[in-house]
Design a protein around this ligand. Structure first.
Ligand SMILES: Cc1ncc(COP(=O)(O)O)c(C=O)c1O
Length: 293
């Protein structure tokens, strides 16, 4: 089945969808993006993704190209035209097309909008049952990792390093020996008291929507969540570890570099948290509700 993409007001066959060579996203990585999960045709936590998109744009002084309601119509229409129920929507907004010059172009230049959507397969049974290995890498990124910018070169490099070493993700470690986050996921551990520990939301990490949702779900089930930095040393001696993202959901981490965690199998709390998140997605798919805690 042919895929359809939305580009600046038009729905086009994927192969014919393109942006201008002087799009500032292409030339300067001057833009932002979101990836939103779709289950049963419903956007999961769509309101929170919209809020984060607006924040990213505003931090970079790129204007919102249209209302959230209009963008939502495009999301739903792109999903409909690609004829799937379970998958992802991708939106990218750049500062627009202008002659190459670093400072912002004239304010009349319209931001460029691209939306794509595709079906995604269910998470692999092997990953669910066995968990994954992560490697660690120095965090060489800038100081505004809270902005979901399309400038992802350091993330590309750490993810490639992970792949070359037979791992799925790389946990980035700051200059003080504390884990920030993965190349495309948030990092979590469970300590000896059974508390969930994850880095607080500040400029060093992306405020993951899955992270935010899981904190709400965990708290509502009586689990203690500590939002504080944790060191690589603490992670390697943790009872359990896992990562979260829109596409990885809640995935157990069973090995960090050469250290096997606990018995090398997904821990029971991680398995339970994953189930909480899966149930939340299924319930949202049925009720169509968005983003209420
Ligand atoms: C660097 C980084 N951290 C965390 C996440 C997880 O965020 P979310 O749960 O909103 O997908 C992502 C997702 O792309 C990411 O790129």
């Amino acid at each position: 089945m042919s895929r359809i993409a939305y580009v600046n007001g038009r729905y086009l066959p994927h192969g014919a969808a393109s942006v201008h060579v002087e799009d500032r996203g292409y030339q300067f990585a001057d833009g932002v993006y979101e990836v939103i999960a779709v289950r049963g045709g419903v956007l999961i936590d769509g309101d929170w993704h919209m809020g984060r998109l607006q924040r990213s744009l505003s931090e970079l002084q790129i204007r919102m190209p249209m209302s959230p309601a209009a963008l939502n119509v495009i999301f739903r229409e792109t999903v409909r035209r690609n004829r799937f129920k379970d998958g992802i929507v991708y939106i990218q907004i750049s500062r627009g097309v202008a002659r190459r010059d670093h400072p912002f172009p004239n304010p009349e230049v319209r931001p460029a909008v691209v939306v794509t959507a595709r079906r995604t397969p269910p998470q692999s049974a092997k990953v669910i049952e066995e968990g994954i290995a992560v490697i660690t890498q120095p965090d060489i990124r800038w100081e505004r990792c809270d902005i979901k910018a399309i400038a992802l070169l350091p993330n590309v490099l750490v993810k490639q390093a992970a792949r070359e070493q037979g791992a799925v993700e790389a946990w980035q470690v700051d200059g003080d020996g504390f884990v920030t986050e993965g190349g495309s996921t948030n990092a979590w551990i469970i300590n000896a008291d059974g508390h969930l520990v994850t880095r607080p939301v500040e400029n060093a990490i992306l405020n993951g929507i899955t992270r935010r949702r899981l904190i709400a779900l965990a708290k509502s089930h009586g689990l203690k969540v500590e939002e504080r930095p944790f060191s690589l040393e603490e992670a390697k001696s943790a009872r359990e570890a896992f990562l979260t993202s829109t596409t990885s959901l809640v995935t157990a981490v069973v090995k960090i570099d050469d250290t096997v965690l606990a018995n090398g199998r997904p821990g029971s709390k991680t398995v339970a948290l994953r189930q909480l998140y899966m149930d939340f997605m299924s319930e949202t798919a049925i009720s169509g509700a968005t983003s209420q805690v």
